[in-house]
Design a binder for this molecule. Structure first.
Ligand code: DP6
Length: 365
């Protein structure tokens, strides 16, 4: 598919008003997206576990405006309070997607959004937030054009979410989602995420992710700036090639359940992501001393216990501890005894692989 396939034909229905709510999860990348081209096109393919507990719930109420103007019209409430400061991000998103959703200026929208995880936990809410909003808007598009297929609905929701935040395109479905052209993955696309459809060993079916909240402060460098710094990065070409190779390797790991290989790829991806940050110009470091303490503890425990826990990192100091469900008791005990001490205010979140976004209620007036 190409971008133009997402530009709709004139709508068949008239819709005056309505409301829809979606719950959309966060995701954690195993092969990382880091570096992008124009229009949110990734510089390399990525794959993620969709999460379950960490999610955003977004309701969108829409009401046809008496007169269309050249501006978007919307109010934004975050966890019950009106948030003027979040509006520019939505405005940018609307500008990027208007060509694909030409009804956007026809309605006044009231967007009410809330996260399941604590505010300012350092957990990026852009993936869950943008995917939830994209789904609500797609719901309205389907009201206007009811013959949209479920397959198209899902693809276009991912396509739109990507234009809000790249990683958001991987939050529509679960449990493993791949995004970005990859030579040996049929159907892979730079435009949207696809559900990983190859064989997946049962060990990966209910993988656990305990998120250790090491630092909840504002990041010194945003992901968007970090992506940009990959443009003239001295190691970018090798890095992008490595992501392709790691994705190919992971595909066989998923099929045969080789946890040793899984650990090597996932941890190397996390450290490479941060190595790219440290070797950007200007360079920056998002890990904190406690991030490294946790990594060293994980390595020592894995060696002594012969369990298969490993870590991954996103663009911040927090650590995602990944492990198979059958090792939960032993690993979780270790986390509580030895890792929680490195978390800010002892905070952590227990999550696991999830199955994607869901519509919650339809409150048609
Ligand atoms: C390190 O999706 O937050 O989490 O497209 O600019 O919104 P934007 O960036 P974003 O980048 C995520 C980067 C990452 C790796 C990943 O999720 O693949």
């Amino acid at each position: 598919m190409i971008e133009e396939d997402f530009v709709p034909s004139p709508y068949m229905n008239e819709v005056e008003e309505g409301k829809v709510t979606y719950r959309s999860p966060s995701n954690i990348a195993l092969v990382k997206y880091w570096g992008k081209k124009e229009n949110q096109i990734p510089a390399n393919p990525s794959i993620s576990f969709t999460l379950d507990a960490c999610a955003t719930i977004t309701s969108v109420s829409y009401k046809k405006r008496v007169r269309k103007t050249s501006n978007f019209s919307f109010d934004l409430f975050f966890e019950g309070s009106m948030k003027e400061e979040f509006k520019p991000k939505i405005e940018t998103f609307f500008n990027r997607i208007e060509n694909y959703l030409p009804f956007l200026k026809d309605y006044h929208f009231t967007i009410e959004t809330a996260n399941s995880f604590p505010h300012s936990s350092g957990i990026a809410s852009s993936a869950s937030g943008m995917s939830a909003l994209a789904l609500c808007l797609m719901y309205l598009e389907r009201e206007l054009s009811p013959n949209i297929t479920t397959e198209f609905f899902t693809k276009k929701a991912s396509f739109l979410a990507r234009l809000g935040s790249g990683s958001a395109c991987r939050s529509i479905e679960g449990d493993l989602v791949q995004w970005g052209n990859h030579e040996s993955t049929e159907g892979s696309s730079d435009l949207y995420g696809i559900k990983f459809s190859n064989k997946v060993h049962t060990v990966f079916k209910n993988y656990q992710d305990t998120i250790l909240l090491v630092d909840k402060g504002e990041k010194q460098v945003s992901s968007t700036v970090g992506h940009d710094l990959m443009r003239n990065h001295p190691f970018s070409e090798q890095r992008f090639a490595q992501a392709h190779e790691n994705l190919t390797k992971l595909k066989s790991v998923f099929a045969d359940g080789n946890l040793n290989e899984f650990i090597k790829i996932v941890e190397s991806e996390a450290l490479t992501l941060h190595a790219m940050m440290m070797t950007s110009l200007p360079y920056f470091v998002l890990m904190k001393p406690n991030t490294l303490q946790i990594i060293n503890k994980i390595w020592a425990f894995r060696k002594s216990s012969k369990t298969n826990l490993c870590f991954t990192l996103d663009a911040g100091a927090n650590v995602h501890v990944l492990y198979p469900e059958h090792e939960k008791k032993e690993v979780f005990q270790f986390i509580k005894n030895e890792l929680v001490v490195y978390c800010q205010n002892g905070q952590y979140i227990c999550d696991q692989i999830g199955f994607g976004a869901q519509k919650i209620i339809i409150n048609k007036k």
